[in-house]
Design a protein around this ligand. Structure first.
Ligand code: C2E
Ligand code: MG
Ligand code: MG
Ligand code: MG
Length: 282
């Protein structure tokens, strides 16, 4: 009985896997083509100072509009880019493009603006990563201390010794480091303390929990407190309404990002948006 069940289970599994794999391979080819045809682009989402409500930076988010005009969400294509190794070239392009945009924004007068760039695990652990990062900084002239790399919690926790070493070298370049989606990865707090981090990003899930009915789970509050205790900056992700912004500010969260303030937008739009913001305050 066990054997036939196993076999049946196995059959079912491989059949679905076949479909899965074909779909992945199809997407991988489409992504490679899109990248070579320069069809990927970056959207930028402003990050705000909660107290002054002024934009202080932006996060670069990768966008892919497929041949049929539809957007493929990064949560779908980034795993494929990682799995196929395409993320190495795409990630370098993201770094260079976002750094170049930072330089443009600075030239337009946004002197204290920071640029946050997502870096995948595969990219970060690649032997050439440091060289790629240094190259992107040098060639674009982006000032490292205004560049922030967003890495994930799980990345920092896997093989921590290698990671700590790598991180130290990355920090030598002068860039800042943020832990993205913080609170979802069960970080070891003792490890966290050993990492030379600059910022924690509270995952959207914990911000969403803050609603009219409740102040939400105390996780957002804990992350804010942890940030303060470790001397790190904290950004709340996915702030969608005013109540969330107020509660977060009351809890001592300095920075926030979300649809309440602005959606991710193209580079040109971001410049216009920043001008509008400045005019609003003038
Ligand atoms: P993330 O880095 O945590 O990015 C935040 C995501 O939340 C973005 O989704 C953003 O559009 C979305 N978001 C921002 N504010 C709100 C809000 O108020 N409400 C809601 N519902 N969503 C909000 P996006 O652009 O789809 O990116 C998804 C993930 O894909 C990112 O999560 C990041 O992990 C990854 N990603 C995006 N761009 C890159 C990239 O250039 N390289 C790498 N390695 N990963 C990237
Ligand atoms: Mg991010
Ligand atoms: Mg995040
Ligand atoms: Mg995420």
């Amino acid at each position: 009985r066990a054997k036939s069940q196993q076999r049946a289970g196995h059959f079912y599994f491989t059949r679905n896997m076949g479909v899965e794999i074909r779909e992945r391979v199809r997407m991988m080819h489409a992504l490679r083509t899109a990248f070579s045809k320069h069809e990927l682009f970056l959207a930028y989402q402003p990050q705000m100072d909660l107290a002054t409500r002024k934009p202080v930076g932006a996060e670069a988010l990768l966008r892919w509009r497929a041949a049929d005009g539809r957007f493929v969400p990064p949560d779908r294509f980034i795993p494929i880019a990682e799995y196929s190794g395409l993320i190495i070239d795409i990630g370098e392009w993201v770094l260079r493009t976002a750094c170049a945009e930072l330089v443009r924004l600075r030239a337009a007068g946004h002197q204290d603006f920071t640029m946050s760039i997502n870096v995948s695990q595969v990219q970060f652990r690649h032997p050439q990563f440091l060289q790629v990062l240094r190259g992107a900084l040098a060639d674009t002239g982006a000032p490292p201390r205004y560049v922030e790399l967003e890495i994930t919690e799980s990345m920092a926790m896997e093989e921590p010794e290698t990671f700590i070493e790598m991180l130290a070298q990355v920090k030598e370049t002068g860039v800042h480091i943020a832990i993205d989606d913080f609170g979802t990865g069960f970080s070891s707090l003792s490890h966290l303390q050993r990492l030379r981090l600059d910022r924690l990003k509270i995952d959207r899930a914990f911000v969403t929990e803050i609603s009219g009915a409740s102040r939400g789970s105390s996780i957002a509050e804990m992350v804010i407190q942890l940030g303060r205790n470790l001397g790190l900056s904290v950004v709340a992700e996915g702030v969608e309404d005013e109540l969330q912004a107020r509660v977060l500010q009351q809890l001592g969260c300095p920075l926030a990002q979300g649809f309440l303030f602005a959606r991710p937008m193209g580079a040109g739009e971001l410049s216009d948006w920043l001008e509008d913001q400045a005019r609003l305050r003038a």
